[in-house]
Design a protein around this ligand. Structure first.
Ligand code: HPA
Length: 268
């Protein structure tokens, strides 16, 4: 662990006192409002945390919020950094490592994604059951220990997935399940790439999450993830895609995802 990660761990530990969170939730574009579900929130800006990379993407705030939801202590991160920002797939490593050092055992990732499926329209919520890394990159490039050969046969934790599905049923929210395909971005896909994604077995496409899942597994934490579908993928409608659409649509599905997570935490 670098001394800077250690400093971030010390600063967060100091600010959250005896909270002892076992869950961390990473929020995707336009999902920052989920932090308002947190009781007794402690806000820590990334700028206060050495080596927490600041995302420059609009819709990402750059803060860590600690507190409880339904009595469950947790950390919520609003402001992930993406591979496409600097071409560094390991950009989230200091944050994920900090979580690990703080004793977090479960990392729940959320993102905005494009749907490849006609029956999964914008506003849908999809539990990610597996992924396809189509970026050509990996957050563990440069890692020298044998730990880099992380097994990903069960990358997404079965137990958390079941809990999430039960919570969705209980909250009367439809929860799709599917495979997420990671494209590097930042340009959106072409219609031909989306055709390929469908043939390859993807249900949704996006520009994040996969590096964090790999890092969480590398550090021995459980990972689970859900996508908010903000649009049909390229070529599926006559419309051009835009980041504005992602930001506008994310809160709609996000409200349903918030319901699922709240119910899940209440039942833990
Ligand atoms: N493609 C990639 N990333 C995305 C999309 C998309 O269609 N929608 C939201 N994030």
């Amino acid at each position: 662990m670098s001394s800077k990660v250690q400093r971030s761990v010390d600063i967060i530990s100091d600010k959250i006192g005896a909270l002892n969170p076992k869950y961390a939730v990473i929020l995707g574009s336009g999902l920052g409002a989920l932090t308002t579900s947190i009781n007794d929130p402690v806000h820590i800006a990334f700028s206060e945390l050495p080596e927490f990379p600041q995302s420059a993407v609009s819709g990402h705030k750059g803060e860590l919020v600690a507190g409880t939801i339904e009595g469950v202590p947790l950390l919520m991160l609003s402001g992930r950094v993406h591979y496409y920002e600097h071409g560094d797939a390991g950009a989230m490593r200091p944050i994920i490592e900090t979580f690990h050092q703080l004793g977090i055992e479960n990392v729940i990732l959320t993102n905005s994604a494009g749907s490849v499926r006609e029956d999964m329209p914008p506003g849908s919520v999809m539990q990610i059951t597996d992924h396809i890394n189509f970026s050509g990159s990996n957050p563990l490039f440069g890692e020298e220990t044998d730990g880099r050969f992380v097994g990903l046969s069960n990358a997404y934790d079965q137990d958390i997935m079941t809990k999430m599905r039960d919570a969705a049923k209980k909250s009367d929210v439809e929860l799709h399940q599917g495979v997420y395909m990671w494209f590097s971005g930042p340009s959106f896909e072409t219609p031909a790439e989306i055709k390929m994604a469908r043939i390859f077995g993807a249900d949704a496409v996006g520009m994040s999450t996969v590096p964090e899942v790999i890092l969480a597994r590398f550090f021995g934490m459980n990972a689970a993830a859900a996508s908010i579908i903000t649009n049909f993928a390229a070529g599926m409608t006559g419309d051009e895609l835009s980041h504005q659409e992602t930001k506008d649509m994310a809160p709609i599905g996000g409200a349903n995802l918030a319901k699922i997570l709240k119910t899940m935490f209440a039942d833990l």
